[in-house]
Design a protein around this ligand. Structure first.
Ligand code: HEM
Length: 227
């Protein structure tokens, strides 16, 4: 039997797939072959643009997870956080594509990048704010319990413990992205390594050590015994 593929949805595009996914608009967001100064601009834009999309999803999951924490639905929050964490793993993996961008080719693209920097990424800005909000919602739940948190050992039957462990993993994945990004920046941007005065690498290396939830990392450690 032949399927009818004629479009029924409103919107632009020759098919319902194109209309729903808005592929006409999406695929026009990269500089065309006659606009580019280097053919690797496509590689560069695809990695950045798809990163922004995954970060948009990660932020939405974090925002909903935060609402669920406030509503004391900790298992739901944990499941949503796992989705955000997977989005981070995917954007870490796709940094691999930048290994095909050589420093000399990247340098030839510089004039069309203006003063742009990944540090201006709206996706990263939103993810960071959403992470801080999640931390605040968690702290309120913890305060309501009235006992200090010890994750040593973690109790998998306690939803608060499970959420705390998921938050530690989120923190770790952010850091893993930063470590990989730092290495990509070094190999592509030709920056002097961390330690050289005024190097951007100093800042990137320092950021790799940043934690949103340092107290949760602390709570996983065995208590120190004073002897
Ligand atoms: C050729 C690849 C890349 C190079 C050479 C590079 C280089 C750099 C450098 C030198 C910095 C330090 C700040 C500055 O100089 O403006 C930076 C920061 C940053 N870049 Fe990249 N980057 C690359 C790819 C990416 C990608 C794919 C993303 C994804 C959106 C990204 C996101 C960021 C973010 C969020 C920061 C702020 C630092 C942080 O929060 O860890 N960069 N990048």
């Amino acid at each position: 039997m032949k399927h009818d593929h004629s479009p029924v949805l409103p919107g632009q595009g020759a098919t319902d797939y194109a209309r729903y996914m808005r592929t006409d608009a999406l695929l026009s967001l990269q500089r065309s072959a006659d606009e580019v100064v280097h053919r690797d601009e496509l590689l560069f834009q695809v990695v950045h643009q798809s990163t922004e999309l995954w970060l948009k999803l990660a932020t939405a999951e974090l925002v909903e997870a935060t609402a669920q924490v406030s509503a004391d639905q900790l298992c739901v929050a944990e499941a949503l956080l796992a989705r955000a964490t997977l989005a981070l793993r995917l954007i870490t993996d796709q940094l691999e594509m930048l290994r095909y961008l050589s420093p000399v080719d990247f340098q030839s693209m510089q004039p069309v990048l203006g003063n742009g920097s990944g540090a201006e990424s709206p996706g990263w800005r939103d993810v960071q704010e959403a992470s801080r909000q999640l931390g605040r919602a968690f702290d309120k739940q913890l305060a309501a319990r009235g006992v200090p948190l010890s994750l040593c050992p973690p109790d998998p039957s306690d939803p608060l413990h499970r959420l705390a462990e998921a938050m530690v993993e989120w923190d770790e994945r952010v850091s893993v992205w930063r470590v990989r990004h730092y290495q990509v920046a070094l190999r592509t941007g030709g920056h002097p390594p961390a330690g050289s005065p005024g190097s951007h690498a100093n800042m990137l290396a320092k950021l790799a050590g940043h934690r949103f939830f340092p107290e949760l990392w602390q709570a996983r450690l065995p208590p120190t015994t004073d002897e």
